[in-house]
Write a protein that binds this ligand. Sequence first.
Ligand SMILES: [Fe+2]
Length: 131
Amino acid sequence: MKADDYKHGIVWMDWQHADLIKEFHALHEACEKGDSALAIMKSSKTLERYIEDHFGLEEAYMIKYGFPDFKRHQLEHLTFRQKFKEFRETGLDREAKVGSDLLLLMVDWIMKHIMATDKEVARFLARKGVK
Ligand SMILES: [Fe+2]
């Protein structure tokens, strides 16, 4: 999974997605080496920032340009936000399991949301002239 494979043609969206995918790879590598404690904390911080910055910006664009499927898209954001909150509440004391849980959460999001739902938004925004 390379960051370039996930470009939808909207500059800020692609940049934020690339950041998340880079973080996923770093965590995956750390888990493989069996040294994931620091990477888990770093990835959690990145996800926290991604949820705040990226969701907010994407939703603002969808509202501004009248994206027709906004409610469904926003629900996916809310669901992911909730899943991540639950993940954080499980605590970071079970390092190996937490690392694999976080990887699963991230890969599921990348494949189902970034690759599908966000692509629809990107196509819609591109038609409206957003870069
Ligand atoms: Fe999204």
